[in-house]
Design a protein around this ligand. Sequence first.
Ligand code: HEM
Length: 505
Amino acid sequence: MPYSVGLQAASAALLSAGLPVLFTTAIIVLLVIVTVTSSLQKDVADAPARLPIYSLFAIIPFFRRRFDFLNWGFEATGHSAFQFDLLRNKVIVVSGESARQVFFTAKGLDLTEGFKILSGAIPMVRGVTSDLQTKRISLIHKRLAAVQKNEQLSMLIPPMLEDSRRLMETWGNSGSLDPFDKVYELIFQLTVRSLSCAEISDDPCVVSRLKKLYDTLDVGTTPATVLLPWLPTPAMVKKLWATKEIYDIVVTAITARQQSGVSKNDTLQMLLDSGDEKLVVVGFIMGLLIAGARATGTTACWMLTFLGGHSDWREKAKAEVEGLLTSQYLSQNSPNDSLSSQLAAIPLETWETETPVLDSIIRETLRVAQPHTAMRRNLGPEMHIDGKLIPSGSYVVYPFSDVHLNPDIYHDPWKFDPNRQPETKSAYNYVGWGGGKTICLGQRLARVELKIVTALFLLGFRHSIVDGSGKFSPEPPLPNWNDILLCRPPEGSFRLRFERSGTVL
Ligand code: HEM
């Protein structure tokens, strides 16, 4: 199969590399030549300002300290747009209201192509990920919409609550936890439950293996693996290997289902019953698991962290959920039922339309702690943003910090205040779920996941923030936007202290 041939070729090339010093020198020389030749190119009059450094020095900070790097770029050039080269790729960073408007709506700016080169968490493997062309991607999006239809999404609520109960039980009666460890793990389980199949989500060992493999992909995303994906560095080989193992887990589950002849009520069954080719089924599960778990996991970790540091909002949210439990829908429940089964009786529509407090908490959490930098490639023709040229084939990036942490739009922007409204009126002054032609396609699922996990946690536990030495901290930590995945503060700098409230989960 082309997939494993690709992997073998990569490992063989690595093993035969024999002369590491020569090899490294050759790569450095190559990088310098590429960088110097691209820096020597003359810019046209309407080109965005260039960074006052050799582009070679932009590579590491773009991947490792993106928030600081992009802010520095605006400051150093004194312009609202600037450009730099990532090897042979021209990258233009834009900011400001009118740029935002064009960025989210321009026809030629393509999200998939932008993401492929500038993010690169999943290696492009021939026969699997690289062959997911536009046609297949739109089919995957169509299937994602099907998972979120009323009936399908309603069906997912009880098993997701049961998963949450099972994992929260393992936390014990009291103690402290790192949300980026435990809460993230919980959301990963719910994402696997909702987007794959019983064969995987019912087996804690397989789920844990899968999570480790996805973590390997994240940690292994180095500038070299993104910009020189053909280069068989140890990090790249590790990533390819992790991708192959994820692929094997998914394919084994699909084959088991097909061979059993037993139909189950889950997303895999819906995909198989739709008659899609295997590449679409595998691509759906492999791609959306990572897209879904990362963003939802980050948000859940931060929601519980902010609520731990803001007891007023914690109490408001808790009262809202308690109100749902005593409402008319739940007359059939007995107060002796477990919390998870009481919550499972709340209809989807109620979760979606009668939880304004949770909605405002989600919205504010995404504003302060979602370190997204949107990326696009201009598939052509050339265009202008704020009078600056965006050539065909170039990459355009828009950091969400430009709007969400902008003091003119959000006064005292680092402050967590779910009551707030933007100071200015504009269609793009909040882009937590995207904007224009790229709106999040998993939003409905993500919101329900976030609400049920928060509800079960708030009713089942009391919690607060403690610092690294275990002392009560009146303030939640500041989100670290340089961590492009989780916004995670330095490890060990804080924890959530919790105590069970005495009600059966
Ligand atoms: C709290 C959780 C989530 C947040 C905050 C979030 C946020 C976003 C944002 C901001 C975008 C637009 C990105 C851009 O313009 O560059 C986006 C796109 C997307 N999201 Fe989400 N997302 C979340 C969860 C999910 C989940 C659970 C799934 C899938 C199950 C998902 C699937 C997608 C897809 C497929 C797109 C691409 C849409 C397109 O190509 O037009 N997201 N999301």
